[in-house]
Design a protein around this ligand. Structure first.
Ligand code: NCD
Length: 461
């Protein structure tokens, strides 16, 4: 008998657009049962769907919305919840690895939701769990279920996500909610107008994926347009009318920024870069929104807010952040029910799964003599994980050149400069083109090094 594959959600890109649509349909049916999300204390009808099932929430970082809405969702489905919300009171404090913890908890529950300070922790947990794992936020990497709440909010206010102009302000570098959000917006054909605080721009690998995998065209706004806080515009280049605009950055700028459909702001993620001084940080308030282009813009925030979003906006018709948070329960009811195969024809295990991340060739250096992930916050560098992580990378070809990058299997940070050592003759080649278009099997012949000095230390010259 063929085993049904487990479906984990470590990244928004683990869900296809079709699956996201199915999550929204299912969430809407729960929302219809729940009634008005602003009136609390309703118990869902059909509450027995997850009867006898157990959700484990393993939260290694603070949380209000994500953990409590997942737990509320499971309770409303008639299931039960066990929780570890403080690593200081679990075996993590004794030095237990995440890999061991999830193996053990897999025997106690049917589904795990995990939050962890390390980038890529959810992917690691998924590798060791025997039950589905859902990412409730892993370091600065991703927060896919928040994105589903965000997209669902946008979908309710607009006929389609395609062609929407979404401004994204604040800490684009450390905000995991933004990383999942921009991928999803690009995949659904929305246009992105990025307004990072200085020094807190999108990480290079997220920028690369937007341009190369999700086919966004980036246009720098011209200085004379006077938008000092707009760093870049991304246009999803799938629509012919948009393509025709691409040579004219100014036209794109004027066209996109003459109507902003939503402004999404996040707090500075101080826990990601302790002690960092970021200078001026955008504040979304009545003054920010007074420009005519924001007249109909939904104001969005994943919360918590700590000063970058004025409380005075709470009574403004554009304020959408508490609505976003209110969809946490129906969206997470849908995810739980679909992950556990409880909704007819909408089981996640039914779909082949995975959008763009896991396909293609992989390079693994199990002897760990070559390069390692360069993201210091990657789970592969967590001292508790020891050898539980693999030195594993996806080989991602650049669509327009023969230069491939190596993408960490866990945190998805790209390495674009490395040299190639051939195990057969112990010689190095300085050009990454040497491995372009290779298969996983071909790649076993090679070891990648950071530079020639390190290669030489390992006997490759
Ligand atoms: C976000 C998170 O944890 O990344 N919170 C949430 O889940 N709504 C945003 C944040 O903490 O800034």
């Amino acid at each position: 008998m063929q085993m049904t594959p487990l479906r984990h959600i470590a990244s928004i890109n683990d869900l296809t657009n079709e699956e996201i649509a199915a999550v929204f349909d299912t969430a809407q049916s729960f929302l219809d049962t729940l009634g008005d999300p602003h009136i609390p204390h309703r118990i869902a009808r059909g509450a027995e769907l997850a009867n006898g099932m157990m959700l484990a929430t393993l939260f290694h970082e603070p949380s209000t919305r994500t953990r409590l809405s997942f737990e509320s969702a499971m309770n409303r489905l008639g299931g039960r919840v066990i929780t570890s919300a403080d690593p200081a009171t679990s075996s993590t404090a004794k030095g237990e690895s995440l890999a061991d913890s999830v193996r053990v908890v897999s025997n106690y529950a049917d589904l795990i939701v995990i939050r962890h300070p390390r980038d890529g922790a959810a992917r690691l947990a998924a590798e060791y769990a025997h039950i589905p794992v859902i990412n409730g936020g892993d370091g600065a990497h991703e927060h896919p279920t928040q994105t589903l709440c965000d997209l669902f909010t946008l979908k309710k206010k607009n006929t389609s996500l395609r062609g929407l102009n979404i401004a994204i302000a604040g800490d684009l570098r450390g905000s995991r909610t933004i990383h999942s959000f921009v991928y999803a917006l690009a995949r659904f054909g929305a246009n992105l107008v990025l307004m990072p605080a200085k020094g807190l721009e999108l990480p290079a690998h997220v920028d690369r994926r937007l341009r190369e995998e999700f086919r966004c065209t980036m246009a720098k706004p011209p200085a004379e347009a006077g938008e000092t806080n707009v760093d870049a515009l991304y246009v999803t280049a799938k629509e012919p009318h948009q393509l025709s605009l691409i040579p004219e950055a100014l036209d794109i700028h004027v066209k996109l920024t003459s109507r902003i459909d939503a402004v999404y702001v996040t707090r500075f993620q101080k826990e990601r870069e302790p002690g960092r001084n970021y200078g001026a940080y955008p504040t979304v308030d009545a003054e920010f929104l007074k420009d005519a282009k924001y007249a109909k813009a939904s104001v969005m925030h994943p919360l918590p807010r700590v000063g970058e979003l004025a409380h005075a906006l709470d009574t403004d018709a554009r304020a959408s952040y508490f609505e976003q948070a209110s969809y946490g329960v129906p969206i997470r009811m849908a995810l739980i029910a679909m992950s556990l195969g409880l909704v007819k024809d909408k089981s996640l295990a039914r779909f082949p799964g995975g959008f763009a991340t896991t396909k293609g060739a992989h390079y693994e250096d199990s002897a760990r003599i070559g390069l390692r992930c360069r993201n210091p916050n990657c789970i592969t560098h967590d001292p508790l994980e020891g050898s539980t992580t693999r030195n594993l990378f996806a080989l991602v070809p650049a669509p327009t050149s023969s230069k491939s990058v190596l993408r960490c299997h866990y945190c998805e940070t790209d390495i674009d400069t490395f040299i190639v050592g051939d195990k057969a003759n112990r010689k190095v080649q300085h050009d990454a083109e040497a491995i372009h278009n290779m298969t996983t099997k071909d790649l076993t012949q090679f070891v990648m090094f950071t530079d020639a000095t390190v290669a030489k230390e390992s006997g490759f010259t």
